[in-house]
Design a binder for this molecule. Sequence first.
Ligand SMILES: [Zn+2]
Length: 272
Amino acid sequence: MTLRLTPEQIERYSRQIMIPDVGGKGQIRVRQGRVLVIGAGGLGSPAAFYLAAAGIGTLGLVDYDRVELSNLQRQILHFTEDVGRQKVASAEEKLNRLNPEVEIRTLAVRLEERNATEILAAYDFIVDGSDNFATKFLVNDAAVALGKPFSHAGIVRLQGQTMTVIPGKSACYRCLFKGPPPPGEILSCQQAGILGAVAGTIGSIQATEAIKFFAGMEDDLLTDRLLIYDAKTLSFRTIEVQRDLGCAACGRKKGIKSTTAESSVEAGKPGS
Ligand SMILES: [Zn+2]
C-alpha cells in the first residue's frame, strides 16, 4: 500500500488534504481504507461516487440487480444507456473513469446469511445502502459479529435516517429496532416513492462517515444517535440511541439472528 502521496495524488486530493482534520496522514489512511458498499442504488451510488472521488483504497460493490429505467431518477452511477446492464458493472465503469487509482471489486450476488460474513470480512468499513429490512438486519448482525464499523441508512419519500455503528462501542441497529416490522407495515421506496436528491443527501452522509473513520475522526462519528432528515420541512434532528445490553446482536449472545418479521419497536420509520 502507498505510504507516501505522489505529486499527482497531492494535487487530486488537495482540497481535502488542506482540511486540518484530514491532512496528508489522513489522506494516506483513506488510501489504505477498504469500504464495502452494499447496493449500487439510490444510497450506494452517491456513497460510492464520493468514496472513489476521495481516493478510498479499495471499494467493494455488492448488487445482483440490473439497471432499470425507473432507477435513473436517483441511482446516479447509472446512465440511460446502462438500462439492462448489471448494476455493479455499470458502477465500476463510472468509478474507474472518475478515479482509476481506486481498486473496485464487484460482486453481482445477493447478500445472504450464507455469504454475508465472508463478504464483509475483507473490508474495514461497511456502507449499507440496501433497500429492505431483511438485508439491513443481516448487515447489522454480520458486521457486529465481525466487529466491522458500518453506516446504516433508510430512505422513503421525503425522509431519510442514518446512524453509524462501531461494534462493541456504540448502539447497533438492533439495539434501536429489535427486528424487522411485519411485511407490508412499512412501505418501501418501490411502493411509496423516494425523491432522488433525498437519497443523495443520505448517501453522501454515509460516505462522509466512512471518510471520517479512516481520516482519524473516529471519535466524531454519528454513533449512538439516529439522524432523521425531513426534506419536506427541511429539518434535521437526532435522537439519542442507547446500547441495549440485552441486544440479540451486540449483547451477550453474538451471531446472525432471524431476519424474518418480528415486532418492531419503532414502526413507521423510513425503511428503504
Ligand atoms: Zn445492539
